[in-house]
Design a protein. Structure first.
Length: 208
């Protein structure tokens, strides 16, 4: 029984994660989610009081998976800060291209998708999304701190610089999703090193 219960809950979370990534969560009813997960509706309410509670749990599970498969491996390797940033961009690009090859649809960021769909509808969801994006910024800031220590980029407000890199990545994923063209992501993300190396407000020397 305990194993079956975990399996049922996991299937609901996995089905919801898929709907979030494909942009179909808001339009899907509880009945449709249950059919997708192959569970009874009563099981849904046994584990989750509402559809929003399931969305938040799926969001957190997706973020844990992202840490385990993308950020964790990259930040456990011995490499320079700027190299870490490039590795994250490359990992995201590979993931999106793999799904595009299978589906012929560019899915974009699951966190951004859910935020655009539903962030203003529930304070708990908005808070959970804020935590996820802050987690991204934490990783980017760590890479920038390593880069600054190695002389790869200028010191400065690295937290704010990390937020700009996240904003660029989210924008690049959205542009690629709207165009349904993976190359749009890589085109936009070419600006990432410029954002990483210096604060826009910092004075520039005219000497070379």
């Amino acid at each position: 029984m305990p194993t079956r219960s975990r399996d049922t809950r996991s299937r609901l979370i996995e089905a919801t994660s898929e709907l979030i990534w494909s942009g179909g969560f808001r339009a899907s009813s509880v009945d449709e989610i249950c059919r997708s997960a192959d569970v009874h509706k009563g099981s849904f309410y046994h584990f989750f009081p509402s559809k929003m509670d399931l969305a938040i749990e799926a969001l957190r599970a997706n973020w844990q998976d992202t840490r385990d498969t993308v950020f964790g491996p990259i930040f456990s390797e011995k490499m320079k800060g700027m190299e870490r940033l490039r590795a994250v961009v490359d990992a995201v690009d590979r993931l999106q291209r793999r799904e595009f090859a299978a589906r012929h649809v560019y899915l974009g960021c699951p966190f951004g998708n859910l935020g655009q769909e539903m962030a203003n509808q529930d304070e708990r969801l908005q808070s959970a999304l804020d935590e996820v994006f802050a987690g991204h910024v934490d990783y980017f800031q760590r890479a920038l701190e390593e880069a600054a220590e190695a002389g790869e980029c200028e010191p400065g407000d690295l937290r704010n610089r990390a937020r700009r890199i996240l904003a660029l990545m989210e924008g690049a994923l959205l542009v690629a999703k709207v165009a349904n063209q993976p190359d749009r992501f890589t085109e936009v993300m070419r600006a990432a090193p410029l954002l990483a190396r210096a604060d826009p407000e910092a004075p520039r020397s005219l000497s070379h």
